[in-house]
Design a protein around this ligand. Structure first.
Ligand SMILES: C[S@@+](CC[C@H](N)C(=O)[O-])C[C@H]1O[C@@H](n2cnc3c(N)ncnc32)[C@H](O)[C@@H]1O
Length: 274
């Protein structure tokens, strides 16, 4: 995918190299984001400018690997943005009361903590019929999907898994804790199906009642936002709900189709095309 943007020629050359030599599609992402990630790697490698860094990339397989890692933002967490999860409870209660099945889709799901949070919320809330909730969880990254299927998370210096699970009344029924390691129990795993899926290239799903598309739009180049939203819109069933990330918005061209339910939490109801 070629990009013709005004800007730094050196950065354009690095991006062109990434396009050819690294299994990553830079064309999807906005240049400010790509520039920041590449600058961070340049600093790590003491490269004075983009052309010097290009030389490092050409000679060093490990650096290509490290750059791929830096470009793929997998940051996630259980109950990320707890206020959103609090606002979601009544929505989930209503869906599980009114519908025989609640089809949820977490896209992108990263290492699985977002769809597992939903499965745990359904199990934890007495007013939600847990067995009615089916969750599909997808991501473009195969390693992310493999980690999600494994469902094992480690508390580290920077990630406190027990604290992330704080919004639940108790977490022992849903995860098995072994020192710093937390293993998601089968009761929760069985609610979630994982698969790889590219939200820009692959087609929509159908009859989704609750769709999470959080913390991907911020990285996506403007030109891809509306096509991505068309995929989301085509996937939603009538009266379905959409949740985007805390700092994300519905693009202007699609706003008529969505009614805010909880504005601060970015939960919207799909009311159909204009
Ligand atoms: C920051 S994570 C968001 C995870 C989760 N939704 C959350 O908010 O915590 C972004 C994810 O988007 C995935 N991704 C990037 N481009 C994608 C695409 N075109 N289609 C599907 N997933 C994509 C990445 O692999 C990464 O796991």
């Amino acid at each position: 995918m070629s990009r013709s943007r005004a800007g730094d020629d050196g950065l354009e050359r690095v991006i062109a190299f990434v396009e050819d030599a690294v299994p990553f599609e830079p064309g999807y992402y906005n240049e400010a984001y790509l520039g920041r990630r590449i600058a961070a790697r340049m600093q790590r490698r003491d490269a004075a400018d983009h052309d010097e860094y290009l030389g490092v990339l050409r000679d060093d397989d490990d650096e290509r690997e490290a750059l791929l890692d830096a470009l793929t933002v997998n940051v996630t967490g259980f109950f990320r943005d707890p206020d959103m999860w609090a606002d979601l409870r009544p929505v989930l209660r209503e869906l599980s009361t009114e519908r025989r099945r609640v089809n949820a889709w977490s896209a992108p799901c990263s290492d699985g903590r977002e769809p597992y949070s939903l499965a745990m919320l359904a199990a934890d809330d007495d007013e939600v019929t847990e067995r009615r909730v089916d969750i599909l969880a997808t991501d473009i990254s195969e390693p992310a999907i493999a980690a999600a299927r494994a469902g094992v998370y480690e508390t580290t210096r920077t990630t406190d898994i027990g604290a992330e699970l704080g919004p639940l009344s108790e977490y022992e029924p849903y995860v098995e804790e072994d020192g710093t390691r937390f293993r998601v129990r089968d009761r929760i795993k069985q609610r979630v199906t994982f698969e790889t899926h590219d939200l820009i290239r692959d087609g929509p799903k159908s009859d989704v009642d609750l769709l999470f598309c959080r913390n991907l739009l911020i990285y996506i180049d403007g030109a891809y936002k509306e096509p991505l939203f068309e995929t989301l819109t085509a996937s939603l069933g009538e009266g379905g709900y959409l949740v985007v990330g805390k700092t994300e918005t519905v693009p202007p061209g699609c706003r008529g189709a969505f009614e805010p339910v909880a504005k601060r939490s970015r939960i919207y109801r799909y009311v159909g095309a204009d």
